[in-house]
Write a protein of this length. Structure first.
Length: 217
């Protein structure tokens, strides 16, 4: 009951300011266009040749198939986060711009650094990513790790301390899992938080410049 009351109150207040509504609409449009762009990019990226790089971290262990536990952990907590954000339009607005920019930056880094999957990879069957990628199991969406970056992004934007700590733990778990499965090179995983923090900082500066109420993020 309190959840729905918070939903009504926050959205009623948010919708009073037309500039914020336009800003949210722009964020949703931006995110939609970026997702559409990367869905086309994925097919092209899978078909082009890349480089196999030596990875001393992956050489330390044989790959383990953690596909379904990775899926359950990541998308289970993301469902909780979406439910948390829905009654909070300003955080939702920030997430639309920030995640859109994160996806765009990933597309740029993959374009600039084409890699072949690690030879020992056990492909990660992620149904949501496969839908975006045209039904193909992606193996070359490597630098930098999208699963790790997504987890860390939501860790950064969450205000609730419990969810924030859980998301930090999930980031570490997901990063470890994609390495244990040899889905990514270690540089893909270790670099993801740095790119994500840069995206978070840029988005915070942009959104705070236009949002009517300051200090949300």
């Amino acid at each position: 009951m309190k959840y729905f009351q918070t939903f009504r109150t926050n959205w009623r207040e948010f919708l009073k300011n037309r500039s914020d509504v336009y800003l949210l609409s722009g964020g949703i449009l931006f995110l939609s266009l970026v997702v559409l762009g990367i869905s086309n990019f994925f097919g092209w990226n899978e078909a082009r040749p890349g480089t196999v790089i030596p990875d001393p971290v992956l050489a330390l262990f044989e790959p383990i198939d953690l596909t379904w536990i990775t899926f359950i952990v990541l998308y289970g907590i993301l469902l909780v986060i979406v439910l948390y954000m829905l009654p909070r339009p300003k955080i939702l607005l920030f997430a639309a711009y920030g995640y859109g920019l994160l996806v765009a930056v990933r597309m740029a880094t993959m374009f600039l650094l084409p890699l072949e999957a690690p030879p020992s990879i056990i492909p990660l069957e992620d149904p949501f990513i496969a839908i975006i990628g045209g039904g193909v199991t992606l193996q070359k969406d490597l630098f930098f790790s999208g699963h790790t970056g997504t987890s860390f992004f939501f860790f950064l934007i969450l205000e609730n301390k419990l969810l924030k700590y859980i998301m930090l733990a999930v980031t570490i778990i997901i990063g470890s899992f994609v390495l244990l499965q040899h889905v990514h090179y270690s540089i893909d995983v270790f670099s993801a938080p740095f790119f994500t923090f840069a995206v978070f900082s840029i988005t915070r500066k942009f959104v705070s410049s236009y949002l009517s109420q300051k200090g949300i993020i």
